[in-house]
Design a protein around this ligand. Structure first.
Ligand code: NCD
Length: 304
């Protein structure tokens, strides 16, 4: 794998190799501390980010690499002067050995890869995909439900613009006998292209209207933020599904609660001490997944 653009690139075996690689990095950090020696990685962010940018940059530094960064590339790079993504990549790759890019255009990662001579890591492409988040979400699920086959997952909230959901549902289909429940208001329903993808890859998808439509023994609830910044039509009517203790009491003691963060009101802070709440563990897992991806792609270390 030369670039990380979409979750469609992964097979079950490459995903499982990535988990093994990630565990090895986590357990033996010293073994990897010079993996990116003499390598420079650029982090080019055209949209706000806390976790993704800082965990990528921490991953680069922990692997012994160096980082050049523009955290506000929409205003602080030549994009504001009208430069295309392709031209920016042609220039920046002359300074570095890989580019991590987040951009508001859903086709940005594909456009970048089309001219790239260095690996491109998609760190979020508009309302399209966010593959490294999907991978860290799957890794978090794997750490708690190692078999993954046969699990049921409720994705909740903004399924239309939430790129992390788009990546997660694609990865889930790599496993057998997967059932996905989509709980959202109609305006934020999962786009048909993702429902088709899920069903064509052998998983079941059920659209839900209330929490009562989601089975009480569901294995994972994946809550998301309403992506207000992506709304094309300001008049769009939405309903949010808040998760608090009262809602979680309906679900089993083994139902995992995930969220890519940042959260607004959709998960009440009273949930933070609940052992089922894994959102802060996800953020930590993200750094290790990104270390494994950087090492894998840039050094040809498995799984790539
Ligand atoms: C997500 C994103 O940027 O898509 N954040 C993240 O990377 N953890 C989710 C969001 O912004 O709601």
């Amino acid at each position: 794998m030369k670039h990380i653009i979409s979750c469609e690139q992964f097979s079950r075996s490459s995903l499982e190799e990535l988990f093994i690689h990630t565990d090895d990095i986590r357990n033996n950090p010293g073994k990897y501390s010079n993996s990116l020696e003499n390598k420079v990685v650029a982090t080019l962010f055209y949209e706000p980010s806390t976790r993704t940018r800082l965990s990528f940059e921490a991953a680069i530094l922990r692997l012994g690499g160096k980082n050049i960064s523009t955290e506000n590339a929409k205003e602080a790079s030549s994009a504001i002067k009208g430069e295309s993504i392709e031209d920016t990549v042609r220039v920046v790759q002359g300074y570095c050995d890989a580019i991590v890019m987040r951009h508001y255009d859903k086709n940005s990662a594909t456009a970048a890869a089309s001219v790239a001579t260095v690996p491109i890591f998609n760190a979020g492409a508009g309302s399209g995909e966010h593959p490294t988040q999907g991978l860290l979400d799957m890794y978090t699920i794997f750490r708690h439900k190692p078999g993954i086959d046969g699990i049921t997952v409720a994705v909740v909230g903004d399924l239309r613009y939430g790129r992390t959901v788009h990546s997660l549902v694609k990865l889930l289909t790599l496993y057998k006998n997967i059932t996905i429940y989509g709980l959202s208001c109609e305006a934020l329903a999962l786009p048909q292209e993702y429902i088709d993808y899920v069903e064509e890859h052998g998983a079941r998808y059920f659209a839900c209207q209330t929490f009562a439509d989601v089975p009480a023994d569901v294995d994972v609830i994946y809550q998301t933020r309403t992506q207000l910044e992506r709304f094309e039509n300001a008049g769009i009517e939405i309903k949010e599904f808040i998760i608090d203790k009262n809602v979680m009491n309906r679900f089993s003691a083994t139902t995992l609660l995930l969220h890519p963060l940042p959260r607004n009101a959709e998960i009440a802070s009273e949930m933070d001490d609940d052992p089922r709440a894994l959102y802060f563990e996800q953020t930590h897992n993200g750094m290790y997944i990104r270390m494994a991806l950087l090492d894998g792609v840039m050094n040809g270390t498995k799984p790539n």
